[in-house]
Design a protein around this ligand. Structure first.
Ligand code: KIV
Length: 271
């Protein structure tokens, strides 16, 4: 059910209509069944099975190590839970940069083996041939521009992107190219709000921001950051809605004490 109490299945067309009527799109990551069920039932429009799973689920320092098989595993769990949200799955590093045929094979695996509705890829002009080939197979593609974490070793840092005119111009051009090729939406990560707003106003497809200000068509966050499960990541754009790290630690410590002091289980908690 949606937040208004009506069942609503979110499709890429629904996202387009939302942009047309100025309704903001809310997107969040999820990587497992239990979290995806909560996110879906809360009414989130798009669930992203992000390759940020590499960081928050597997503990890697970057998104580079996660494999296509691992992304498929996470996506299968999320799809089992998502009854109304659109599920978008990140194509992981190494699954599409080789050539467009390899990219198509990876995208087909994701769609066939997970039941998700779309994939996301990082990059602009340089991945256009792959985007085109995947779209030609009937697979919806979401773009990702600005700070693209799979290229972190090229950038060398996670600072705000496209502050300089040349990079901003490339981003504007890439967004246009992705839209013209047929992407249904684009994630804009960590770029100046003014630039993101310009890109969003000039596009017919939704621009979803993360660290891209409030003039875009929607927002995305990593759920572990929003819930305060991650503690060592505090960029300016992040709003923590909870301190789940502290809550979980408190519960674990209480359980630990109860077990040690023989307060758990009590009389009523046994057979
Ligand atoms: O992998 C991810 O979580 C993402 C978001 C940061 C947009 O790509």
């Amino acid at each position: 059910m949606s937040i208004q109490g009506k069942p609503r299945i979110v499709t890429t067309h629904v996202l387009n209509e939302m942009k047309l009527r100025g309704e903001k799109i809310a997107m969040l990551t999820a990587y497992d069944f239990s979290m995806a069920r909560i996110v879906d039932q809360a009414g989130i429009d798009v669930i992203l099975v992000g390759d940020s799973a590499s960081n928050v689920m597997a503990g890697h320092k970057s998104t580079l190590p996660i494999t296509l098989d691992q992304m498929i595993y996470h996506a299968q769990s999320v799809v089992r839970a998502a009854k109304r949200a659109l599920v978008v799955v990140d194509m992981p590093f190494g699954a599409y940069q080789g050539n467009s045929k390899e990219a198509l094979v990876s995208a087909i695996r994701i769609m066939k083996e997970t039941g998700a509705q779309a994939i996301k890829m990082e990059g602009g002009e340089e991945i256009l041939e792959s985007v085109h080939r995947i779209l030609s197979a009937g697979i919806p593609v979401m773009g990702h521009l600005g700070l693209t974490p799979q290229s972190i070793h090229k950038f060398g840092t996670y600072v705000v992107r496209a502050r300089k005119e040349e990079e901003a111009q490339k981003l504007v051009k890439d967004a246009k190219l992705l839209e013209e090729t047929g992407c249904f939406g684009i994630v804009l990560e960590k770029i100046p709000a003014k630039l993101a707003g310009e890109v969003a106003r000039n596009a017919k497809i939704p621009m979803i921001g993360i660290g891209a200000g409030n003039q875009v068509d929607g927002q995305v966050l990593v759920i572990h950051d929003l819930l305060g499960i991650t503690q060592d990541f505090s960029p300016r754009f992040l709003r923590r809605y909870h301190n789940l790290f502290a809550e979980i630690s408190g519960s674990v410590e209480a359980y630990l004490t109860d077990v040690k002091e023989e307060r758990f289980p009590n009389e009523k908690e046994q057979y």
